[in-house]
Design a protein. Sequence first.
Length: 209
Amino acid sequence: MRTPIDLTTWNRKEHFEFFGSFDEPFFGIATTVDFTKGYQKIKDLGYSYFLFYLHKSLLAVNTIDAFKYRIDNDQVYVYDKIHASPTIGREDHTFGFSFIEFHEDFETFVIEAQKEINAVKNSTGLRHTDNAKRIDTIHYSSIPWYNFTGLTHARHFKFNDSVPKISFGKYTKIGDTLNLPISINVHHGMADGYHVGLYLEEFQRLLNK
């Protein structure tokens, strides 16, 4: 479900119109979150690290309206629920797009996500399905081979994109702390640095919970 935003009274009306005219309306940051407690918890339970922090990220996203705004035919909507559209790697070193539905219950999320992951791994090509094209998602990717301090995305500037992109890197240990790199790119008409900060704060809280 989605609700249209009344642009005439929206407090981001001018921000939306200003940044919406840009060739590149997205801005991004790269930082780290503390993965120490989350890593130990999920190691003890035996679940996938990727699905663990993906689920916590979606939980955080779904608490922040700025991450749930989307543009469709020049109209801004706020969605009730946001799902994941991560890239999934295969053994032949290609990847495919996927759609993983958000469930608040972690075990349900893992069961359903694993079905989609297996489907992608047993397919070929990009798998650019209608579900993978949905805009009520976050475009996720994981780069587990190395740490990063910055990241850019391939972008089709003629396409009116408003879906946030979140990427994770290889966690590294500094002293007793495990740092998980994260890159966040969002449409500046939809969100500012403040909203990215809200997401990071909630994501960190959930990792530690």
